[in-house]
Design a protein around this ligand. Structure first.
Ligand code: PMP
Length: 553
């Protein structure tokens, strides 16, 4: 037995992995009658009626070429989280063995150890979040099987020093797992090319971060073939779906695009870090080699709650050792980071990135609507410039809401995760309700507004939208469709959309349209409605009265 085999959990090498008949056959088969698949296809056609390749051969081949390691050294998992769990199971006997972590670090190492009945010992990082070699060595003496090092480290963002990692690789009697989930955001070289120098090195990487594919769940472990063989033997047979394997291969063929994304993200990380340093509530922005920033606030719990109240979710890491008062903030899109900074301004700071943009205290609103059927976040700025970011899950509804935003001049961000597997109904209805509510909130007390809006745009269709921000919900709808669907939205949902909007925005809408082409008819209605809303919400210069003789609207 050589030095790696000695480390495996007793009995692991004797386990007999599940084999499929396809393992015994390597030619081009004409007829597959071995795996009890549905030979008649699926509800979606024939494409996915077969089990995926359990050995991920194509993916391994591609990864091996890209990374410069042999295919026998590549393990592909359902995220690198799967590899973490399998490594613990491969080396550690429940109730007997232990792993070492270096907190503050990624939480899954300890969670996976706990699930597997394996003890977890700590060698905390130093004050600058660097490895404390002395602390590590004193824990080594207790005979742990694995030490997990994370570089760049989550949640601190810094890279561990190369020499310190090397020193551990040489002096530790067990396996050193180097988690490089964030390596692409860093200038540091990977440890992959050192695989040949250290049999006890395992490098973890993932498609979830720089490659932007967290949703498909593909992660990798690179290691000595003896380790990879054991991981293969104890994994779930079909651990990576055909869809995930295909998408991973498609993405890996576009490495240049990944490089562009990384470059853009790193530039935005620098901008965000600089902007955060100007916020008085911020005590320290830690240097980061990752796609997030660890930020120490004067009162992290208050900021965390204040951000949540505004619909902005960050990660509270203040209970981790060495991270008192720290929040971990992923780098968002420039718009999202501006929202974050605007929210921090409201919570007591200043906001240097926003430059000339309208103040958040002006006519803006964020509405979160969360039911069993839909999760919706709408952000609106009535004094914007018609910029839209719409993700409703329905292509045609996105297109219509973009029209509404462009022609009203409102900045509009709509994110929806709805039960589209049921049908479009809840998504369309709830989006309209949230949009109406956001509009009403942003409109506030309606002082100085024009109140009425009216427009008659033409295509081959004639759409007429008359609007009164009256405070009274009322819809007149005179529009007939010849088609049942336009794009992915049933036509019956459009009157429903406007009724829901009227109900929550509390306005009167009178909509009529004629024409030949249904797409044109509804598109001109959305355009006209945008125009009418923009006109009615406009403030007359210098006016501050309520535009009603009643004095309330
Ligand atoms: N390692 C680290 C350090 C991480 O932060 C994460 C995800 N947050 C993972 C591994 C897991 O990645 P995956 O999506 O590949 O399971």
């Amino acid at each position: 037995m050589n030095e790696i085999e000695r480390l495996f959990r007793p009995g692991v090498l004797e386990l007999k992995p599940y084999t499929s008949a396809r393992d015994d056959f390597s030619g081009e088969a004409l007829v597959f009658l071995d795996a009890n698949e549905n030979s008649f296809g699926s509800a979606l056609g024939p494409s996915y009626s077969r089990y995926p390749d359990p050995h991920h051969r194509l993916l391994k081949q591609k990864l091996s070429e890209m990374k410069g390691v042999s295919p026998e050294s590549v393990f592909v998992g359902n995220g690198s989280d799967e590899a973490i769990d399998l490594l613990i199971r491969a080396f550690c006997a429940p109730g007997r063995d232990s792993i070492i972590i270096t907190p503050p670090t990624y939480g899954i190492y300890a969670v996976s150890a706990g699930i597997n009945g394996v003890a977890c010992k700590s060698a905390p990082l130093g004050s600058e979040f660097e490895l404390d070699l002395e602390a590590c060595r004193s824990v080594f003496e207790e005979g742990s099987k694995i030490i997990f090092l994370c570089s760049p480290n989550n949640p601190t963002g810094n890279s561990l020093k190369r020499e310190a990692n090397q020193s551990l690789l040489k002096s530790f009697d067990g396996v050193v797992v180097l988690d490089e989930a964030y390596i692409d955001f860093s200038e540091q070289p990977s440890f992959l090319l050192e695989l040949g120098n250290y049999r006890n090195l395992v490098v973890l990487q993932t498609l979830s971060k720089a490659w932007g594919l967290a949703g498909i769940r593909v992660g990798m472990a690179f290691a000595d073939p003896a380790i990879v063989r054991v991981l293969e033997g104890i994994k779930a047979t079909y651990n990576v779906s055909s869809l995930a394997q295909e998408w991973a291969l498609r993405a890996l063929a576009k490495e240049a695009r990944k490089e562009e994304l990384v470059k853009a993200l790193v530039a935005e990380r620098h901008r965000l870090a600089e902007a955060l340093k100007q916020v008085p509530e911020v005590d320290k922005v830690f240097p980061s080699d990752a796609n997030f920033l660890l930020v120490r606030f004067n009162d992290a719990k208050r900021i965390f709650q204040g951000l949540l109240d505004r619909g902005i979710v960050v990660r509270d890491r203040s209970d981790m050792p060495g991270c008192e008062n720290c929040l971990r903030i992923s780098v968002g899109l420039p718009d999202e980071n501006r929202e974050l900074l605007a929210a921090l301004e409201e919570l007591g700071g200043r906001c240097p990135l926003r430059g000339q943009e309208p103040r958040a205290s002006e006519r803006t609103a964020i509405v979160l609507r969360h039911t069993q059927e839909t999760w919706i976040r709408v952000k609106i700025n009535l004094d914007g410039s018609g910029r839209a970011r719409i993700q409703s899950g329905l292509g045609f509804l996105n297109h219509m809401l973009e029209q509404l935003s462009r022609h009203s001049g409102f900045d509009l961000s709509v994110e929806v995760s709805g039960d589209l597997h049921v049908d479009e109904h809840h998504t369309v209805e709830d989006t309209a309700l949230a949009l109406g509510e956001a509009f009403a909130q942003a409109l506030g007390d309606k002082r100085g507004i024009e109140r009425f809006g009216f427009v008659v745009p033409m295509d081959d269709a004639l759409a007429q939208v008359a609007l009164d921000l009256s405070g009274r919900p009322w819809l007149v709808w005179e529009l007939k469709f010849g088609r049942e669907m336009i794009g992915d939205v049933p036509t019956e949902m459009f009157s429903h959309f406007f009724r829901s909007f009227c109900d929550s925005a509390k306005c009167t809408l009178n909509i009529k349209a004629d024409g030949q082409n249904d797409h044109h008819k509804i598109e001109s209605v959305f355009k006209a409605c945008g125009k009418a809303l923009g006109m009615a919400a406009q403030r007359r210069h210098g006016a501050s009265e309520i535009p009603s003789t009643k004095g309330v609207l």
